[in-house]
Write a new protein. Structure first.
Length: 72
């Protein structure tokens, strides 16, 4: 990942994810904080960063593609 995508995740995506309603997901999310070793928690955080940034970029590319398709 580039420096920009790391910045984007830390300053935009992660705060947005942290402020979302956790209803229905409390137990699985708590397992991450309680049952995993610190190394595993870091690995999970890195995976979340990777997939969240790539999902965001996919949304941008999809939106850009749809805008050109809708112009015709």
């Amino acid at each position: 990942m580039t420096d920009f995508t790391r910045w984007l995740y830390a300053n935009y995506i992660k705060p947005h994810i942290e402020h979302q309603d956790r209803t229905g997901y409390e137990q699985p999310l708590d397992v991450l904080a309680i049952d995993l070793m610190p190394e595993q928690r870091r690995d999970i955080e890195r995976l979340l960063e990777f997939y969240a940034v790539n999902a965001f970029l996919l949304g941008l590319r999809t939106g850009a593609g749809l805008s050109t398709a809708c112009q015709n």
